[in-house]
Design a protein around this ligand. Structure first.
Ligand SMILES: [Zn+2]
Length: 612
């Protein structure tokens, strides 16, 4: 079976390499680049470099290299076709395979499509029409101070009050059957047939990490609506509420950037905070925090701030979530808002700067719970104190890091004038009661595979190396120069020649060179390694000789200048090499003495013009 090239490209463009690698490893942003512990060799310090710009990865230790496809292939140890299928499904791209199990991938993409159409329908209902209902909803949004920009960013919509507006809309479109809409969770079958699930509600589409609409949340707007304040889509083939975090599609880059996430309770918290410029937030709306959600967060950061607008009862309800965060070895800080405030009201009143400084007053679980006990005056009697200490120790028992545990035990002993040894034996009891919790299987566990290619890069000439560099990193001017000046005979190595021919072909036909795409075309492992290495190295630090930098103002982009001059140098070096070869061949022939002298002069002239 063969997947057509345009499909391969579509799949590659729909799956960002940072997202893909992040779904297996914890990826950290450092400057322009992304780093992770390499899964292809036992790695202690992150040596896997991933370039978002070039969509490739390269391990500077074991030389594992490639694009999204090869990452999945090598990580999951599957074939290219299977990796492509997996990525297609993830992005909701229909591959229309005639082989087994086409229905699943078809149904998934069908549900995504239905949801997308429904989302647009809800959006149009809010802003596309005027009428009493629209006026009412707009007034409501105005009261909540949600501006148009936010409405469009979060794709907020409105489901009219009727029982069948959505059904009628879809039946006019005539593409999907009611049964399909039911599978998408948008309509419900009653005694008298189908009816819309969301009626007279403000609609918040729930998007997954790949920006696909997976579900909807509907907020009550009318007093005569006796159903719950929020109605959410049921579980479907594309929506499992325990695995989705609301807002993550908007916030993932910000979370990586700030290296912490603020966990809030609902749609409105996320939306209101974002409108005020706080964008590293997610909400586990509709469910208490789950293990899958904690794992999802840990792909982006190890630091969680839990924003609470509640009391001791609230924290009891969140107990399992807190335990899951601690068990995963993540750093947890807790912040509670002043009485009667929620994130929305707090930020409306105080603004971004005050919110941020408030967040930074986060407390550890222990201090936070102690604060709550104190506030409710529950630390006065011995019994209460004992209860408190036991509760605290049950949390500490969840922390996988023994040093951290010891640190907390010391702190409690000091604060409450208790013997450390008593606390320790209580802790040991908790841990042995829940051995599993003390040794959780880490979501960040790295499989120990040794990358198959262990030998060093093929010895290719430095000119070839520089040539590839210009093609990958140089701008239009530089590549155009090469296209004119480069003679294919300059290149001795057959594989490199193949690559350069491919580069030229791509540049002429596509107008650009995509490193990630080239990965699919070459089989030579050494060349792949070489290309990703050049792509990533140059992306991180400019290694162009200083003399080439900022020496000319002919072009707007300084890298263009650098690479244009660099390309000229590379060509000169190739010419020198070519002339030297000829000279070597004829140097024993006295009849060609003059030719030899001429070659020598040319070589000298070229040497003098070299900038390096
Ligand atoms: Zn490695």
């Amino acid at each position: 079976m063969k997947i057509p090239n345009d499909k391969i490209e579509e799949i590659a463009h729909a799956n960002d390499i940072i997202d893909i690698v992040s779904s297996y490893l914890q990826v950290k942003k450092r400057g322009k680049s992304f780093l992770a512990l390499c899964p292809f060799h036992p790695d202690k310090n992150p040596s896997l470099h991933i370039s978002q710009e070039k969509q490739v990865y390269h391990c500077f230790s074991c030389k594992a290299s490639g694009n999204v496809f090869s990452f999945i292939q090598n990580y999951e140890k599957i074939t290219f076709i299977d990796a492509a299928k997996q990525l297609a499904e993830r992005a909701g791209i229909d591959l229309k395979f005639s082989d087994k199990s086409p229905d699943i991938s078809n149904e998934v993409s069908k549900l995504f499509e239905i949801n997308k159409v429904a989302m647009k329908f809800f959006q149009k209902n809010l802003l596309g029409y005027s009428g009493a209902e629209q006026e009412f909803v707009k007034h409501y949004l105005l009261q909540r101070r949600i501006n148009d920009e936010t409405i469009s960013k979060f794709k907020i919509g409105y489901a009219p009050k009727n029982w069948d507006t959505l059904i009628n809309y879809f039946s006019e479109e005539g593409i999907f059957k009611n049964e399909d809409l039911e599978k998408a969770g948008l309509i419900v079958k009653g005694e008298n047939g189908f009816y819309d699930r969301f009626r007279g509600r403000l609609i918040f589409p729930v998007l997954n990490e790949n920006d696909k609409v997976v579900a909807f949340g509907g907020r009550q707007l009318y007093e005569d609506d006796k159903l719950a304040k929020y109605i959410n889509s049921p579980e479907t083939k594309v929506y499992s509420k325990s695995k989705i975090l609301y807002g993550l599609n908007f916030s993932k880059d910000k979370i990586r950037f700030y290296d912490y996430v603020i966990l809030v309770e609902g749609y409105m918290d996320i939306i209101s905070l974002a409108q005020h410029g706080i964008e590293n937030t997610v909400a586990s709306s509709g469910t208490a925090l789950t293990e899958d959600q904690v794992r999802l967060i840990s792909r982006y950061t190890k630091n969680i701030i839990l924003l609470f607008d509640s009391d001791l009862a609230g924290i009891k309800a969140a107990k399992r979530g807190i335990e899951l965060i601690l068990e995963a070895g993540l750093d947890l800080g807790i912040v509670s808002l002043p009485d009667g405030e929620d994130p929305d009201s707090f930020i409306q009143k105080n603004g971004k700067a005050k919110f941020e400084s408030f967040i930074q007053k986060k407390k550890s679980v222990i201090n936070f719970i102690a604060g709550l006990y104190e506030k409710e005056n529950m630390l006065s009697s011995v019994d209460d104190k004992t209860k408190f200490i036991k509760e605290i120790i049950s949390y500490i028992g969840k922390i996988p890091d023994a040093i951290k545990r010891a640190f907390y035990i010391k702190e409690i002993a000091r604060t409450y004038s208790l013997y450390e040894s008593d606390l320790r034996s209580e802790l040991d009891k908790t841990i042995s009661q829940n051995k599993k919790a003390a040794f959780p299987k880490s979501s960040l566990e790295i499989p120990k595979i040794v990358f198959r290619n262990e030998k060093e890069n093929k010895q290719i000439g430095s000119e070839e190396y520089e040539l590839i560099d210009v093609f990958i990193n140089g701008g239009e001017k530089a590549i155009e120069y090469l296209e004119k000046e480069l003679e294919i005979d300059f290149i001795k190595d057959a594989t490199v020649r193949k690559i350069i021919e491919y580069f030229l072909d791509e540049y002429i036909n596509e107008g650009k060179i995509e490193v990630a795409k080239i990965m699919n075309e070459i089989d030579d492992e050494d060349i792949k390694i070489l290309i990703t290495k050049i792509a990533i190295e140059k992306h991180e630090v400019s290694q162009i000789p200083e003399k080439h930098q900022n020496s000319n103002n002919k072009f707007s982009d300084p890298t263009d200048v650098d690479y244009y001059l660099f390309a000229q140098d590379v060509i000169r070096k190739f010419r020198i090499r070519q002339f030297e070869n000829i000279r070597n061949q004829i140097k024993k022939d006295p009849a060609r003495f003059n030719e030899i002298i001429e070659l020598g002069k040319k070589i000298d002239a070229l040497h003098r013009r070299l900038i390096i």
